[in-house]
Design a protein around this ligand. Structure first.
Ligand code: SAM
Length: 280
């Protein structure tokens, strides 16, 4: 049994994969459909052939493991993940927690997510509100029809189709003037175009460009979303963003015109990751 751990680790490390131990464990647990406890207690591993095939594919192609498996695990849920959506990042959990904190005392809650991608943000907020018996609806938009198709599958898999609705929209282009929200949340594209060459190969080659890059030194989407947000927010509504590295001060400046109670939250690495604010 230990042998398969060693075999998978060898395959990955020989291919130069840095986090080969963690990845070997990830591949084995996912492809065997067992927990570590199951494996230890039963002293056996299922699907050994499948495990080796996945490890070999990872080593040969260097494609991200989420694309090879066809899904990501995010906050304990499975999300279909392919070339059309950003691979979920752990740090996005901070934006989800901050967003929930802003609206959890309200009722009849309407939320707009801009740039839904795989739908991790909308569905995790929806799960929380549903578990807490709140009345709410989330409208989740994206400019990419391919991303919206994946989002919808993920929403259906989590039984949230009555709570999270998807729509193709270029930021606010298909939001009607009478639609008003308690919260606008977004993890927008925020990487400046001139940083393209400094990116990790996996990000550069496998995440969709449309999910990554923004004009104006990475600020394009913050500027556009913030400037029209007052039109679509209810009285005292909130806005919440994930931030790129070193963007907090500039986004704070953009918010200061129409928003108050600006709060910046850092991730575990100390990077200022989210900014939230309340409409004045
Ligand atoms: C950084 S990804 C975030 C995806 C997902 N919300 C997450 O946190 O993993 C940004 C998303 O914005 C979408 N997007 C890019 N330009 C857009 C636009 N003009 N209007 C709406 N969505 C857009 C992309 O297709 C992509 O899904």
């Amino acid at each position: 049994m230990n042998n398969i751990f060693k075999k998978v680790e060898d395959i990955l490390s020989q291919a130069g994969i840095e986090e080969y131990k963690a990845e070997a464990k990830y591949i084995i647990l996912n492809a065997s459909n067992q927990t570590l406890e199951d494996i230890i207690l039963s002293n056996s591993i299922q699907n050994e052939e499948k495990i080796l095939k996945i490890a070999q594919k990872r080593a040969a192609t260097k494609a991200p493991i989420q694309h090879i498996l066809g899904y990501s695990i995010f906050m304990d849920d499975k999300y279909i993940t392919d070339k059309n959506v950003l691979i979920p990042r752990d740090e996005t959990q901070i934006l989800i927690e901050q967003s929930i904190g802003l609206i959890k005392e309200k009722d009849n809650i309407n939320i707009l997510e801009i740039g839904v991608g795989s739908a991790i943000i909308s569905t995790q907020i929806a799960k929380y509100l549903k578990n807490n018996n709140k009345t709410f609806e989330i409208l989740a938009v994206d400019i990419s029809l391919e991303a919206l198709k994946i989002a919808l599958q993920n929403i259906l898999n989590l039984d949230l189709e009555k709570k999270v609705l998807v729509r193709k929209s270029d930021i606010y282009s298909k939001i009607r003037p009478f639609e008003k929200f308690d919260l606008i949340v977004s993890n927008p594209p925020y990487i400046p175009y001139n940083e393209k060459n400094n990116l990790d190969d996996i990000v550069k080659n496998y995440d969709p460009e449309i999910a990554l890059f923004a004009a104006n030194n990475g600020l394009e989407f913050y500027e556009k979303i913030i400037s029209d947000a007052p039109k679509y927010l209810k009285k005292s509504g909130f806005i919440a963003f994930e931030l790129g590295i070193n963007q907090s001060k500039r986004v704070q400046k953009l918010l200061e015109k129409d928003f108050k109670d600006i709060k910046i939250t850092a991730d575990l690495a100390g990077i200022e990751r989210t900014i939230t604010a309340k409409l004045i």
